[in-house]
Ligand binder design. Sequence first.
Ligand SMILES: Cc1cc2nc3c(=O)[nH]c(=O)nc-3n(C[C@H](O)[C@H](O)[C@H](O)COP(=O)(O)OP(=O)(O)OC[C@H]3O[C@@H](n4cnc5c(N)ncnc54)[C@H](O)[C@@H]3O)c2cc1C
Length: 338
Amino acid sequence: MDAIRILGAGPAGSAAAIAALSESAAVRLFEKSTFPHHKVCGEFLSPGASRILEALGVWQDFLGLGPARICRFVLHLGPRAKRWTLPECAFGLSRYQFDRLLFDRAVRLGAEVDREPGAVQRLLRGHGGAPVVIATGRNAVAQRGNRLFGFKAHFEGPANDAVELFFFEDCYVGVSAVENGITNVCGIAPESTLRRFNFQPDELLDRWRPLRERLGPLTRSMRWLTTGPLVFSRSGYDRPQSTVYPAGDALGFVDPFTGTGMFNALLTGRMAGLAATRQAPSQAYVRQCARLLEAPFRMAALFRTALRWGWVGPLAHCIPGSWLFRLTRAAEADPLWP
Ligand SMILES: Cc1cc2nc3c(=O)[nH]c(=O)nc-3n(C[C@H](O)[C@H](O)[C@H](O)COP(=O)(O)OP(=O)(O)OC[C@H]3O[C@@H](n4cnc5c(N)ncnc54)[C@H](O)[C@@H]3O)c2cc1C
């Protein structure tokens, strides 16, 4: 059988590579960047990720990196806050460590890495029917105008076991711990707002009192990173070619406040690696992914609409927090899938 081509070595691509390699398939992994590197991300890893990391054989190595345990949720909507305990603790680990962990594992298992510029574009044009996993991340194009951008930095100072989400104006910001007592501060804002602050969000965050109080004891320890424009999208692969398996953000980019993007990438990446190895029909694979990921995409869209209409505050204060959390999680695949 031809080597499986995996385009992109983020969480989805590396998970696909590990899954395929552990079924004794040969893997060529195409990646343009080198690891480790920082990435704009809230670095909040949904609790269910532990089961996928275990299936990928990296759970003990993951724990060895000392991820923060995140057991509480605080939702700040305007001046009010809603607090609850998570049904199961989540994790905080920097992308600097997480992406490297998965990539190194794939390489150790025998993935051949190809960094030739243009190779991905060539493979996307034609690959002679060989199985291809597309894991190159977000791909939707934003219209000019009111585009959204993401930003992130790490802070030093007292860390705790809560993830706090602050919604204000047209922005939101998440604050939660990662390894080594570091705190991740990551948010999304309209481009026009960030431009007013020269893409240096300190002053923007300082204007919102609950956030100012939360960040007061902390000191920023790295420069702000930004990314965008961000377009939330569901799968654009309704009818994929028979041997093409899109995974992770390439399959659909969910609004990051759900904190499920990495979980979805691990889940669909692993499934894509297995499906490609077994040459399962890709339409069945995409349909299965759509079923598993339905809840976070539906809830994110509902939440955005409610936010626009000013209903989020009243609604969120009526619904138990643990429901809100559960309703934004993807279902977990049968471990023997496909
Ligand atoms: C602001 C923000 C905050 C977020 N916060 C969270 C959070 O707290 N928790 C969470 O779970 N998710 C979060 N996410 C989502 C999460 O970052 C993504 O869902 C996750 O990175 C998807 O993984 P992936 O492997 O599909 O894509 P990526 O991580 O984007 O990896 C794609 C890889 O493909 C490579 N690549 C791309 N194009 C090419 C090419 N042409 N040739 C070769 N290589 C290529 C890239 O270099 C990259 O390594 C957040 C996202 C944003 C924007």
